[in-house]
Design a protein around this ligand. Structure first.
Ligand code: 5GP
Ligand code: SF4
Ligand code: MG
Length: 460
């Protein structure tokens, strides 16, 4: 998911809509904005893309007021219904309150059972709603005190942006698994998931919100608080590999440059004689460029992506599926025929993409097809906000690298090593006594307790 919040700007809703548009890659399922005009809160929620609803002047005009928060959703818990679209909104005795969450809580079901027993009536099936109920039963008086009391009880990954009648509040979980940054546009401040959402509205980046930090934007400016016990940071390394937009800067590192360095490292670790390096677009592009530069092999767009494949496109029916419909990618024969091809992609999850692409590149006349992956094998599911399938569906859980190579029918297959990945991130290796990132989907080393899953631990 992606979040955005702005305090004290006459164009608050329009700026939030633009910010959400820049964060669209973080969730395409649904979007929402809540604003406050000094008197009333205004809510707009939609299924589908930001631009399909929030590019309308009439919709923005309804979102009156100088402060707003917004959310783009990519479901990791809860069904795909309008009830689950964020920001969530609730009326408290102190007034209205809206909440947008990126991440995933790992004790939400446990807390929810306790809250339901106490009589709380849940409106949605998202994990985020437990925070609202924890605030409702909190002893503290002010919204900030209640929010602090609530977030101290949840476990998991969360970057939150909240809206009250007099503030916009940002919170990052103590390990800082998901990103959150602070920016400035003229005299007004912005809290959002990625710097690309600051760029789109011409705002300046100030700094990352620190792991475990709460930032309150109100009429007196920016206030910083530390509601949690300090812990070692564990930022999601997969944000660098795949999830974030390449033009964003996270924790001081350009996502694009990180991907290029991973590609270079991959070429050093697992180079192979070849005539051309071809990315699987779009996510494989920066790593493929790094690989090509390091290996001294030409880079070419040997696969072309159709950018108009969205959720609205009907899945092909059985009658035409046998034609081998290539909705998303097509081989660019002129760049491939007769060549030894290195394909670079960011990850293999179920293996469907790699299998299709290898077949396509062979059918376009490649002499050899070598697959290189800019992440270690994805062997474990993510419980912290990235939507991976259950473990049994992960190809790397079921098969060895050699078996995976045979499954995708490549001449060779290699993944970057875990140490190679850490080297690309500027460390000598993955130091088990001081691990800087969350890398659980590659290692099974889950840094936050999986309280809801204790009955069926995902780690073998
Ligand atoms: P597979 O086809 O192996 O299941 O998935 C691998 C492909 O999905 C890669 O091309 C990668 O870029 C993309 N991918 C990896 N993680 C995610 C994710 O969390 N969401 C989506 N939509 N795509 C992903
Ligand atoms: Fe990121 Fe993987 Fe950790 Fe999930 S498990 S937070 S995707 S590194
Ligand atoms: Mg991809």
């Amino acid at each position: 998911c992606g979040v955005f919040g702005i305090f004290a700007n006459t164009q608050a809703a329009a700026i939030t809509a633009l910010g959400l548009h820049a964060l669209q890659h973080r969730g395409q399922e649904a979007a929402g904005i809540v604003s406050f005009d000094g008197n009333r809160f205004h809510l707009q929620h939609t299924m589908g893309l930001v631009g399909d609803h929030f590019s309308s002047e009439a919709v923005i005009a309804k979102l009156k007021g100088g402060q707003a928060i917004g959310h783009v959703r990519y479901a990791t818990t809860g069904d795909t219904t309008i009830r689950n679209v964020q920001p969530l909104y609730a009326d408290f005795e102190f007034g209205g309150f809206a909440l947008a969450h990126n991440g995933n809580l790992t004790n939400a079901q446990t807390l929810r059972r306790q809250l339901v027993r106490r009589g709380c009536l849940f409106q949605s099936t998202t994990d985020t709603e437990v925070i609202v109920h924890l605030m409702a039963i909190a002893r503290g008086g002010s919204p900030v005190d209640r929010l602090i009391e609530a977030v101290r009880q949840v476990e998991g990954a969360f970057s939150l942006v909240a809206l009250t009648s007099d503030a916009v509040i940002g919170v990052r979980d103590p390990l800082g698994v998901r990103p959150l940054v602070l920016g400035k546009l003229g005299d007004t401040h912005i809290l959002t998931s990625e710097t690309c959402a600051l760029d789109i509205v011409g705002a300046d980046f100030i700094r990352d919100v620190e792991p475990g930090e709460m930032v309150v934007l109100d009429k007196d400016g920016v206030h910083s608080m530390r509601p949690f016990q300090p812990q070692n940071r564990r930022f999601c390394i997969f944000e660098y590999i795949y999830f974030a937009r390449p033009d964003s800067v996270m924790e001081g590192t350009s996502v694009y440059q990180a991907r290029q360095r991973i590609g270079r490292e991959l070429a050093r670790e697992a180079g192979v004689p070849a005539d051309v390096v071809v990315p699987v677009p779009d996510s494989g592009v920066p790593a493929a460029l790094g690989y090509a530069m390091e290996a001294g092999v030409p880079f070419d767009l040997g696969i072309i992506r159709n950018h108009y494949v969205g959720r609205t496109f009907i899945e092909p029916t059985d009658q035409i599926r046998h034609l081998g419909v290539k909705l998303k990618h097509n081989a660019n024969r002129a760049m491939i025929e007769g060549k030894r091809v290195v394909l670079v992609d960011d990850s293999i999850v179920r293996g469907t993409t790699s299998k299709k692409i290898v077949e396509m590149v062979r059918a376009a006349g490649a002499a050899e097809v070598h697959m290189r992956i800019s992440s270690p094998p994805t062997s474990h599911p993510c419980f912290y906000g990235i939507d991976t399938p259950e473990q049994s569906k992960l190809l790397a859980h079921r098969l060895s690298v050699d078996e995976m190579r045979d499954f995708i029918k490549a001449d060779s297959l290699a993944f970057i090593s875990l140490d190679g990945l850490y080297r690309a991130m500027g460390e000598p290796k993955r130091d088990p006594s001081n691990i800087r990132y969350c890398d659980a989907c590659f290692t099974g080393d889950y840094p936050i307790a999986l309280t809801d899953n204790l009955d069926s631990p995902p780690v073998e």
